[in-house]
Design a binder for this molecule. Structure first.
Ligand code: HEM
Length: 416
């Protein structure tokens, strides 16, 4: 029997063409679930993914969503990690978002972020102003990076940009933005990579620093009275500890999701010899359609975790044993049963599950969508003739079950 397409590789290690091929084979796989060597049970069919993300049944919980992939016992058994744990993470941070199971408190936090007047919401009338602010972040990130050579490090640019966008949205002082890019990368790795020793300790330190800096930012914003994320959370009656976690979770959530989408998207767009989708970035309207497609096919976050508390039979008949589940929503976004031709811009389908489904749906969805769109449009305006840099392909990032990105360098002139 053929090997399961994601038995030994993750999306993060594949080029977009290899991903297309493996996701296609995944949807031909005869069973609807697969027990991965990490201990997670993988699911990928659209209806199953939506049902498990929604976690409406008491048998499915999001409580494990932010657990390190290697588990807490491994972290506690890593001597180098202990000082960081003690320094930054004792007492343990409050749960505020993805892993919070107190439904009333979660709804309060979520509504403050994404309810009708939520902090991350972008009303239609405010869209041009927000887009202009993101444009400025694009150019500021570019200035920081400018090397004067003919090449552009797209990966670094997209990370600097996403950090600025997310950092400014939650009210993090500009002086911290650069370091947050590093911390959120390490924190993201903790969730989806099998880390050990020094690397694991480094990631715990980064996670701790993210919480420490979030605590300082919340206190600073409350003292100064600047209206923003921190004051909104306070005015909604949310305790400080929970507000600090809401800020740290948002910072961790926003950076590599947005930048990974951009990296993989640009790689796909510039690999097409006819550059049809790339050229559509010239107009804001069509750029929006291309950005939405990139978010469907190659999001920077490809899967999320849930736990089945007991054996569950899903509405489709798929049976899940008790235990942790890897909900592969980027795979579900290509399920032929939901999307007749996922690689076409014309043929629609169901709503992609990139931003989750149900009570925990990503509150940053509108910001993230606009951020990807603005970046791609600005990049095209800056270097319409760009191409992928020549030379040996950049090394692929390592295995990661949740996050996915690409190392991309651009040559500014198509003819070089
Ligand atoms: C392309 C970019 C992004 C993708 C693909 C993405 C995806 C997701 C997904 C799938 C979830 C659901 C988690 C669950 O069901 O438990 C989620 C939750 C979340 N996202 Fe995003 N996200 C993105 C950008 C952002 C940004 C920019 C922010 C910050 C402003 C953000 C903040 C959050 C937070 C705080 C949660 C937890 C929500 C909760 O549990 O109530 N995300 N995101």
């Amino acid at each position: 029997m053929a090997e399961f397409p994601f038995a030994t590789v993750t999306a993060n290690e594949l080029s977009f063409a290899e991903r297309d091929e493996r996701y296609r084979r995944l949807h031909d796989w005869p069973q609807p679930t697969y027990r991965h060597s990490s201990g997670l049970r993988m699911i990928w069919k659209y209806e199953d993914v939506r049902e498990v993300l929604e976690a409406a049944s008491a048998a499915i919980t999001p409580a494990n969503a932010l657990e390190p992939l290697v588990g807490y016992p491994r972290v506690a058994a890593t001597p180098r990690a202990i000082p960081h744990l003690v320094r930054h993470l004792v007492p343990l941070p409050a749960k505020a978002t993805a892993d919070l199971t107190d439904r009333r408190l979660h709804k309060k936090v979520w509504d403050t972020m994404s309810g009708p007047a939520g902090h991350f919401r972008i009303p239609a009338a405010d869209r041009p102003r927000q887009a202009a602010a993101m444009e400025q972040h694009f150019h500021a990130a570019l200035d920081e990076l400018e090397t004067g050579t003919g090449e552009l490090d797209l990966t670094a640019l997209s990370i600097a940009y996403a950090t600025r966008v997310t950092g400014s949205m939650v009210g993090l002082p500009a002086a911290e933005w650069r370091r947050v890019a590093v911390w959120s990368g390490a924190q993201s790795g903790l969730l989806g990579r099998r880390m050990r020793g020094r690397e694991l300790a480094g990631a715990v330190a980064a996670l701790g620093q993210l919480f420490t800096v979030s605590g300082r930012a919340v206190d600073h914003n409350l003292r100064s009275g600047t209206v923003g994320f921190a004051t909104r959370l306070r005015d909604a009656g949310i305790p400080r500890r929970v507000a600090v976690s809401a800020m740290a979770n948002s910072l961790a959530a926003g950076v590599h999701t947005v930048s990974g989408t951009i990296q993989q998207g640009v790689q796909r767009l510039l690999s097409d010899p006819d550059r049809i989708w790339w050229d559509m970035l010239a107009e804001p309207d069509t750029a929006g359609r291309v950005a939405a497609k990139m978010l469907q096919l190659d999001p920077g976050l490809v899967a999320w975790k849930r736990r089945a508390l007991r054996p569950v039979t899903l509405a489709s008949g798929t049976e899940l044993p008790a235990g942790p589940v890897l909900v592969m929503f980027a795979a579900a976004n290509r399920d032929p049963a939901a999307f007749p031709d996922c690689l076409s811009l014309r043929r629609g389908g169901k709503m992609p599950l990139t931003f989750g489904f149900g009570a925990h749906t990503c509150p940053g969805k509108q910001c993230a969508t606009l951020a990807v769109e603005v970046f791609l449009h600005q990049l095209h305006a800056l270097v319409p003739e760009a191409r992928l840099a020549a030379g040996p392909p950049d090394p692929r990032p390592g295995p990661d079950l949740l996050f996915s990105g690409a190392r991309v360098r651009l040559a500014r002139d198509r003819r070089v």
